[in-house]
Design a protein around this ligand. Structure first.
Ligand code: ADP
Ligand code: MG
Length: 699
């Protein structure tokens, strides 16, 4: 698939113009002037000859087979042109023209028309409203971007035409090479998923760079991203991250699992290298080709200046990288070759008067050390520094030792010639140490996750089945309570569902009247709280009382809770007051939310009424296996507390693992459920289990 689009044997340009200022002219000129290997036909009903070539009045008149039509005419005429492409049996079309859904109602209607015609004739349509495509292998520039891309390993996909232009320009300055360059436009038919699938198996592409604003189908996107990332680095800059979901949330979980947090978790699962700024996008682009030579995170830093070496040391300590412990033999080699003032321990300071030869011997010693996985070479232009010769030494060493070598040439005018030499040979080179460390660290994270995925063979997800009768009962509850907006179930109804999955909810006694309070026969102390579908945060309106020591206090609690709710929220529908034994333990939140793009996600973290303040949570997309759950917990900042510090014993981790695993299953079993909030879950010491004291289901 898509091969014919990218490697057409013949291309028709519909809307070619004799006016050199028109896009239709530029496109024709681009296709004709870069030694494209296929045939080119020009189409325009009102011209006979343009750019020295015969012009056809319609694609229908072209006396040969056409693989690709590039359309650049006013939007209103595109449906007719596409119809003609269909009749001519042209398999692919790029619609460059703008004026579609991005402009309003009329444009949206036109775009629907395009989609309908593309389906009718099975034409693979790229665009509309895009820059076009470039392929460095067959030298096809079917776009209105100036110049040709340099050949290289990057497959580039972008939902923004402006980012395409910027990337092209930047790549010329920085000598970056591309296999294919794709501007997606409005993604009416072909979208990022189609191209990710293509790039997965494209031998010319070793890295995929992707700029996205919108992900239409989360599941499909993740599946193809995951498969692609197993083979080559996939770097995505995702813009337009809003937190719409957060606004509508009816629980702690809802507001903690905001849209961007879910994107983060989803990208992490697919091992996508996520960047957040254009700067990082470009920085990652220059290093990604090193993915194959990077085997570990032990680095050596070589510098001709102390300051930058110290700076780099600080940066490394905050990254996924580590300094390699240099072997005795390496240190001996270094001390034989370096002046006395040099520092032969990592970071290796080869001092200010280092010439290219000194860089060469040091690089060779470091890269032959089996404990060194990669090298960061820092150069500052000093009086005797041989900038170009050092660049050449770095190029030769990286080729010879087949290890990643990242250059940092700090400076401007003087350093520039060396930087250009390095970039031309695809050696990642940066102006500042923080860029080098961040890029190498992100790449290492990718490489190590990729290997982990391979070795783990991921534990199977065990399905917990709730019995059919119960299942149908719950379905009926949902039907009965069904509303069009988010609706939280009462504690009583929530409890029924959770109990069916044997989730460890604390015993609860529902008192509807003052007489009911007399029937409580739990051991004191107790907690009491309001049960109302309208109250989201009970303690906010003083509707929770803890440490109730006796019946008298229980009576008072019942009355005061009713009174507080009535005065603060007179409209609230109250089901009653719930009494529970006081549970002890560390307060954890476990929850789930249905994300509109990625489906159910499950989270866990620091719980209690301050959950949002600490914001220490970790997420996974469902299904979440027990081993996924363990990993999720280990990512929390507060994990050491759960594991027990300062002489405290570890919490009962497995009870949390069990809860997370079951939440994932409930979300899968009941698509009606939008959010589940278990907050807090009181976790006791090992084997003491956990008690869920507050639970809420939103659907
Ligand atoms: P909400 O979160 O709606 O304010 P909760 O039921 O979570 O209401 O109660 C608020 C806080 O009171 C909890 O975070 C917990 O610290 C404490 N609490 C509530 N119920 C119990 C209980 N059964 N045992 C121990 N502490 C409780
Ligand atoms: Mg709570």
């Amino acid at each position: 698939m898509l091969r014919t689009l990218l490697y057409p044997k013949s291309v028709a340009v519909i809307g070619v113009s004799s006016n050199s200022k028109k896009i239709g002219h530029t496109i024709a000129k681009n296709i004709l002037s870069h030694k494209f290997s296929g045939k080119v036909y020009l189409v325009n009903p009102s011209s006979k000859k343009i750019l020295g070539k015969k012009v056809f009045s319609s694609v229908i008149d072209i006396p040969a087979k056409v693989d690709l039509a590039v359309i650049s005419i006013p939007a209103a005429f595109t449906p007719r042109a596409l119809e003609e492409c269909g009749k001519k049996k042209i398999p692919y079309s790029i619609i460059i023209s703008a004026g579609f859904s991005e402009t309003g109602e009329e444009g949206r209607r036109l775009e629907e028309e395009i989609l309908r015609i593309s389906k009718k004739y099975s034409i693979g349509v790229l665009g509309p409203n895009c820059l076009g495509i470039l392929n460095s292998e067959n030298r096809l520039n079917a776009s209105f971007a100036r110049g040709m891309i340099r050949p290289g390993g990057i497959g580039f996909i972008s939902q923004s035409g402006a980012i395409c232009s910027a990337m092209l320009d930047w790549s010329h300055k920085n000598n970056l090479g591309f296999s294919k360059f794709i501007s997606l436009g409005n993604t009416t038919a072909l979208d990022e998923v189609d191209f990710m699938k293509y790039f997965e198996n494209d031998p010319k592409t070793s890295v995929v760079l992707c700029y996205l604003e919108e992900i239409r189908s989360g599941k499909e996107f993740l599946e193809s991203a995951r498969l692609l990332a197993m083979k080559k680095p996939l770097i995505i800059l995702k813009a337009g991250v809003t937190d719409e979901g957060k606004k509508a949330a009816l629980s702690h979980t809802g507001s903690l699992a905001g849209d961007d947090t879910v994107v983060e978790a989803a990208f992490q699962e697919a091992n996508i290298i996520r960047v957040r700024t254009l700067e990082d996008f470009f920085n990652m682009a220059t290093i990604a080709s090193c993915a194959n030579s990077l085997k570990g995170n032990k680095i050596a830093v070589i510098s001709n200046a102390g300051g930058p070496a110290v700076l780099t040391t600080d940066l490394v300590s905050q990254s996924f990288l580590q300094f390699a412990e240099l072997k005795q033999e390496t240190q001996k080699k270094l001390s034989n070759n370096l002046p006395k003032t040099a520092n032969i321990k990592n970071p290796i300071d080869i001092v200010g008067d280092a010439n290219a030869f000194r860089y060469e011997t040091t690089l060779s010693s470091a890269l032959t050390d089996t404990g060194v996985d990669a090298c960061i070479v820092i150069l500052t232009p000093q009086t005797v520094t041989e900038i170009d010769a050092t660049a050449k030494v770095i190029i030769a060493a990286s080729k010879k030792y087949k290890k990643s070598v990242v250059a940092t040439f700090i400076g401007g005018k003087k350093a520039l010639s060396g930087v250009t030499l390095l970039a031309k040979k695809n050696i990642p080179v940066y102006e500042f140490p923080n860029q080098a460390v961040a890029a190498l660290s992100a790449l290492y994270k990718y490489v190590s996750n990729k290997n982990k995925q391979k070795s783990m063979g991921s534990e199977q997800y065990k399905k917990i089945v709730v019995n059919t009768k119960e299942y149908n009962n719950f379905k009926n509850i949902f039907i009965l309570l069904a509303t069009h907006t988010l609706f939280q179930m009462s504690l009583k109804n929530s409890l029924e569902i959770l109990k069916a999955y044997e989730l460890p909810c604390v015993e609860s006694f529902f008192a509807e009247s003052a007489q009911d309070v007399e029937k409580i026969n739990f051991e004191y102390p107790l907690a009491a709280k309001i049960d109302s579908q309208d109250v989201v945060h009970k303690s906010d309106i003083n509707a929770v009382v803890v440490n109730i020591k006796n019946k008298d206090e229980a009576r008072v609690a019942f009355a005061s809770i009713q009174k507080n709710v009535f005065s603060r929220m007179p409209q609230a529908k109250v089901a009653g007051v719930v009494f529970q034994p006081m549970a002890a333990g560390f307060e954890v939140i476990c929850g789930a939310r249905r994300d509109p793009q990625f489906g159910p996600v499950v989270l866990a973290g620091i719980g209690g009424i301050y959950a949002e303040v600490f914001n220490d949570v970790s997420l996974r997309l469902a299904p979440v296996s027990r081993s996924d759950a363990r990993e999720l917990l280990s990512e929390l900042h507060s994990y050491p507390i759960l594991k027990g510090i300062r002489g405290k014993p570890s919490c009962d981790m497995e009870s949390l693992v069990d809860i997370i695993n079951k939440l994932s299953q409930i979300m899968i079993d009941f698509p009606e459920i939008m959010e589940i909030d278990l907050n807090p879950v009181m976790v006791g010491e090992a084997r003491e289990g956990a008690r869920i004291v507050d639970f809420r289901i939103v659907f």
